[in-house]
Design a protein around this ligand. Structure first.
Ligand code: ACM
Length: 555
């Protein structure tokens, strides 16, 4: 540990030295005056000299790493507007400067080496994702602002060896409260790729909108994807905007996004919420409720647009009592929905929600009370557990695993479930103690819908989560000893969008906290340094601008 710390101190000093060194060079070529790589690599050694990245630089790749070479050009085009010629290993000539991708025959899957020498940049790894991560690091050695390549870019000679700390590095996006189009979802995936995240948790169904086309149930989107209005301002709202609002992803669009993510080594975990947060599905198919003929309960004081009669897609925020009824009709419906979802998403995990499911309707329902007796369940929590376990069995039989929010611990955990601990760390601790895998998403540390500043200049859901708190977060709770710590696969930031109605607001809420969390998830624990990270924020801001992203600029 001490060694890593020492190395890190040296690294910081070296970066500064390098800055001083370059200040004396006068060239027309673009000079990268400072090396700022986020998340910070495991080890980096600076050398003297530079590689001249120029119009005569070529990329060398073989068939097995052509994908990463192609992706480098995709990003060069996106960020700077040019591409480089790609040549096979045999055709490389010594007079050209080159960027070489090289797949090693052995080594750790996610680990990569990036070596910058005067005439060659070599990215090597035993896996294609390792090469991709090396390529992302290389991008951060290129200019922070959009420059033309005509004069070349000078890249410092250096050697990096790097690999992630956690296997699960997640970002979540709620597209139910507000809908985000395909272009923005792709942009979000690119933000993840730049910062070496590998899992996108796509929250696709909510009380306020069902966002995924399910061919067998067309009303889920023709009815469930739209609401007649949205409350204005902070809950409970000062009125209703009466704007017909909604949208959904067609299955073709979903396939396109899954492929886009896969090309960036990002797995998408879809979330289909159950048994709660089901208002939109119930509005489309009222039989999913235990009380199909009863109108959605809407408080007299709730600002509302259009009819209050019948089952309604919600126009306000919160938790609602009309949830999926645990009937055979509902189970068949969910199984059919999941069949289509699993066809679209190849991920090992399917998120089935499980949070915030009030039991009031189940308590009132003669059907539910009979079922509790019949199945010999303790109470309504037992019924929720029965619900989740039945779905888990279905998903497991298809060769997949479920993830659920930490409420799935109540009434007994499904045998193979992974738990997302959000109400704090206790759910994660309990699940790990029961030898279940855990993803940490505690509100206090990684809820990016909370304000970043006490002087918040926009409406947020509440809470205060400054950058420092995110940066200082340790995903493995101290209560877990070494024999249990490995159940913590990683962590994830959640982005609930009640108060984020457009991409710019999402970006404002995630940056720079998403960069901070990337270091928590990737960089060695003891090499992280908040002061250094903050010192580098102006460079990160420039990078966000290069990415075309909005961000919170500090007080
Ligand atoms: C949650 O924030 N309701 C998981």
């Amino acid at each position: 540990m001490l060694l890593i710390k020492l190395l890190n101190t040296q690294l910081f000093a070296m970066k500064k030295l390098f800055f001083v060194f370059l200040s004396f060079i006068s060239v027309t070529t673009f000079c990268q005056t400072k090396v700022v790589i986020v998340p910070q690599p495991v080890s980096m050694e600076m050398h003297t000299g530079n590689f001249n990245f120029s119009t005569s630089t070529i990329i060398i790749a073989s068939k097995s790493d052509m994908h990463e070479a192609t992706m480098l050009n995709v990003y060069l085009k996106k960020l700077y507007g040019f591409t480089l010629p790609v040549k096979g290993t045999a055709s490389a000539t010594s007079k050209e400067t080159s960027i070489v991708f090289y797949l090693l025959t052995s080594g750790k899957k996610d680990e990569y080496n990036l070596d910058v020498k005067s005439n060659k940049i070599m990215i090597s790894s035993a896996s294609n994702e390792g090469l991709f991560y090396g390529m992302q690091t290389l991008l951060q050695l290129l200019p922070e602002t959009k420059e033309s390549l005509s004069n070349g870019f000078l890249i410092p000679e250096l050697s990096i060896k790097d690999y992630p700390r956690f296997a699960y590095r997640g970002m979540h996006l709620d597209v139910g409260r507000h809908f985000f189009d395909v272009d923005f979802v792709k942009k979000y995936i690119d933000y993840m790729a730049y910062l070496k995240y590998n899992t996108f948790h796509w929250h696709l169904t909510e009380d306020q909108g069902w966002r995924i086309q399910i061919k067998r149930y067309p009303r889920l989107t023709s009815v469930g994807a739209y609401r007649n209005g949205t409350i204005i301002g902070h809950y409970p709202g000062t009125g209703n905007d009466s704007i017909h609002y909604g949208g959904f992803y067609t299955q073709d669009q979903i396939k396109e996004i899954v492929k886009y993510a896969k090309d960036r080594f990002i797995t998408i975990i879809p979330e289909i919420e159950m048994p709660g947060h089901a208002s939109a599905a119930i509005a489309a198919y009222p039989q999913l409720s235990c009380f199909p003929n009863q109108s959605t309960e809407i408080k007299n004081t709730t600002p509302w647009a259009g009819s209050r009669v019948g089952k309604q897609v919600q126009q306000t925020w919160g938790v609602f009592p009309d949830v999926f009824c645990p009937s055979e009709y509902t189970f068949k419906f969910i199984e059919n929905v999941l069949d289509e979802v699993m066809q679209l998403f190849p991920s090992k995990y399917i998120h089935i929600g499980g949070d915030e499911c009030p039991k009031t309707y189940w308590k009132k329902s003669a059907f539910c009370q009979k079922l509790i007796k019949e199945k010999n369940l303790k109470d309504e929590n037992g019924l929720q557990s029965y619900f989740i376990q039945r779905i888990e069995k279905y998903v497991n039989n298809k060769g997949r695993r479920i993830i659920g929010w930490d409420e799935i611990l109540e009434g007994g955990l499904a045998p193979n479930a992974t738990v997302m601990s959000w109400r704090g760390e206790q759910g994660g601790i309990d699940a790990a103690e029961q030898h279940h895998n855990v993803i940490m998403t505690p509100g206090k540390y990684v809820y990016f819908d909370h304000a970043q500043t006490k002087n918040s200049d926009s409406v947020t859901i509440g809470g205060y989560l400054p950058l420092d708190t995110v940066y200082n977060y340790h995903p493995v709770p101290k209560e877990l000893n070494d024999s249990l710590a490995h159940y913590v696969l990683g962590a994830q930031a959640n982005v609930w969008t009640e108060y984020m109605s457009n991409p710019q607001k999402v970006e404002y809420m995630i940056f720079p906290r998403m960069s901070a969390l990337s270091e928590v998830l990737w960089s060695p624990k003891d090499s992280r340094n908040l002061d250094e990270f903050k010192h580098e924020l102006p460079d990160m801001y420039k990078r966000y601008q290069l990415w075309g992203a909005n961000y919170y600029k500090g007080d």
